[in-house]
Design a protein around this ligand. Structure first.
Ligand SMILES: [Zn+2]
Length: 70
């Protein structure tokens, strides 16, 4: 898994698309989970896309399972 520096990733953001900080792919905003609002009242989105978010959650769940299966 490659993590891109935040600054590099932000350069590729647009009004309709956003670059995932985990997989580095540029996807439509609806492929990202909302993450509250910024100081201007605009919706913020998570840096990682839904696919990567789900994958991260699954990995975490698996790690927890392994940890408790001793
Ligand atoms: Zn991603």
């Amino acid at each position: 898994m490659t993590y891109l520096p935040d600054m590099f990733v932000a350069l590729n953001d647009s009004d309709t698309h956003r670059t995932c900080g985990t997989c580095g792919k540029t996807k439509e905003l609806d492929q990202f989970y909302k993450d509250g609002k910024d100081s201007h009242g605009r919706v913020k989105y998570r840096r990682d896309c839904k696919d990567c978010y789900k994958r991260t959650r699954m990995l975490e769940a698996n790690m927890k399972k392994k940890g408790s299966a001793k």
